[in-house]
Design a binder for this molecule. Structure first.
Ligand SMILES: Cc1cc2nc3c(=O)[nH]c(=O)nc-3n(C[C@H](O)[C@H](O)[C@H](O)COP(=O)(O)OP(=O)(O)OC[C@H]3O[C@@H](n4cnc5c(N)ncnc54)[C@H](O)[C@@H]3O)c2cc1C
Length: 397
């Protein structure tokens, strides 16, 4: 811990509202996508094509891509601001947030040819890289035990196995895939022997790759992906074979910080909706907000959101400075997901029966924000990471 404190002394935090102009742009875009738009999609488990199109047109999904490849080349905190505003406006960025951060693995670890081939089209929105295949049905959070195998045969890898919860695979042109290239029994460290591939979904469907939609409690366009002898060109391997686990860690820290920002946005939306409702709803001849039993859970959630937001800013500042930020990214995700959940619970409770009526959007957002305590990493795994790697307690699993 001491070592990390020393290396972070020179990182500065700005406490004011970041990127006000970008936030204003996002709010303007989101105005065109009111609750009714999201409710219809939710009912049909449909993809928000128009919403994603509007964000793409405004260039917002290219935020993190360098200008030389046609992106906006803004820091992670700008992407944080965008996603927070989307969620604070009652919208949901789950349909496209991965387009922002998955390419981080390609950007940092891909070779020149791969970057030249893919990044400009990702920046323009012509190419969608928004599927990230890590989780598997049998190994779950124990990522290094994943069973999907990629075996080199000449100038191709042959991929067999299965992924689950691969979101947006049906709305993506490419997938970033984590697969084992050296059996677990043959590696020194269990995180060795995993490799990352860019899989072209368009060329692979029906040729050893099958995607099945997975209906879920929220509309997240998630899927199961089956690989049976899929041929992936060797040139689609990112970086060195066997080092894929560390390549995706960078993307995972960015993902946690960005998902935490979405949770902060949700929390703000819930607090704003709750405050407006309890000031207006009169029961027993007075606004229900006058009762401390109603007021305090909302006020507590507000305080938690403010505190979690500071951790998100700290994690983003460390990420941008190129400093270690695993602990902060994890804490940000955990604190923000809990704060947004407490705000969601307060909102559902203070709306009484109307909280359950779809037209208020409370129940939809309540379901949506619950995800953040499970994905992209569950709270227990974060606590286990902090216990072991930050506090030096024994590994519990
Ligand atoms: C809507 C949705 C979208 C998703 N999108 C993607 C995606 O795009 N790509 C992708 O790769 N994955 C995706 N995921 C998967 C997600 O990352 C995992 O569900 C999550 O990491 C938890 O893994 P698991 O479901 O296998 O749970 P498990 O690993 O089976 O864990 C189940 C529970 O046990 C707890 N647990 C497990 N081990 C321990 C331990 N040692 N100590 C204490 N508690 C423990 C966990 O915290 C959890 O609460 C998505 C999931 C959902 C629901």
């Amino acid at each position: 811990m001491t070592a990390q404190t020393n290396t972070t002394n020179d990182v500065q935090l700005s406490l004011g509202e970041t990127f006000p102009e970008i936030r204003e742009l996002v709010r303007r875009i989101c105005k065109d996508f009111p609750g009714s738009y999201w409710r219809t999609l939710d009912e049909n488990q449909a993809y928000p094509t128009d919403f994603v199109g509007a964000l793409t047109k405004a260039g917002l999904l290219s935020t993190l891509i360098p200008e030389v490849f046609g992106g906006l080349e803004l820091p992670l905190s700008a992407a944080s601001a965008i996603l927070e505003e989307i969620h604070a406006s009652g919208c949901n960025a789950g349909a496209c947030h991965a387009q922002m951060y998955i390419m981080g693995t390609l950007l940092r670890h891909g070779n020149v040819a791969q970057k030249d081939m893919y990044l400009p089209d990702i920046a323009s929105g012509k190419l969608r890289l928004q599927a990230f295949g890590v989780t598997e049905p049998t190994s779950g959070s124990d990522t290094t035990k994943l069973k999907t195998r990629a075996e080199k045969q000449g100038d191709h890898y042959i991929v067999s196995g299965q992924k689950v919860w691969t979101s947006r695979a049906l709305q993506s042109d490419m997938m970033l895939l984590l697969a084992r290239t050296t059996p677990l029994s043959e590696v020194k460290k269990k995180s060795d022997g995993l490799s990352v591939f860019l899989v072209d979904i368009r060329e692979s469907l029906g040729k050893g790759m099958e995607i099945k939609p997975l209906r879920a409690m929220i509309n997240h366009n998630t899927t199961e992906v089956f690989f049976d002898g899929l041929r992936v060109p060797a040139e689609n391997l990112i970086g060195e074979e066997g080092k894929g686990f560390r390549y995706i860690l960078d993307s995972m820290n960015a993902e946690r910080i960005l998902v935490a920002s979405e949770a902060i946005g949700d929390g703000k939306w819930f607090v704003s909706k709750s405050t407006a409702y309890v000031n207006e709803r009169v029961v027993f001849d007075q606004p229900i907000g006058r009762n401390q039993g109603i007021q305090f859970p909302i006020a507590r959630a507000y305080a938690e959101i403010e505190a979690a937001s500071l951790m998100v800013k700290k994690a983003a500042a460390l990420f941008e400075a190129g400093k270690p930020c695993g602990a902060e990214a994890n804490m940000a995700k955990m604190l923000a997901s809990e704060a947004s959940w407490h705000a969601a619970e307060a909102a559902l409770q203070c709306h009484g029966g109307f909280g359950f009526a779809s037209e208020y959007d409370i129940e939809r957002k309540w379901r949506e924000t619950r995800l953040f305590q499970v994905a992209p990493i569950s709270t227990n795994l974060i606590l286990a990471f902090l216990g072991e790697h930050v506090l030096g307690m024994p590994r519990s699993y």
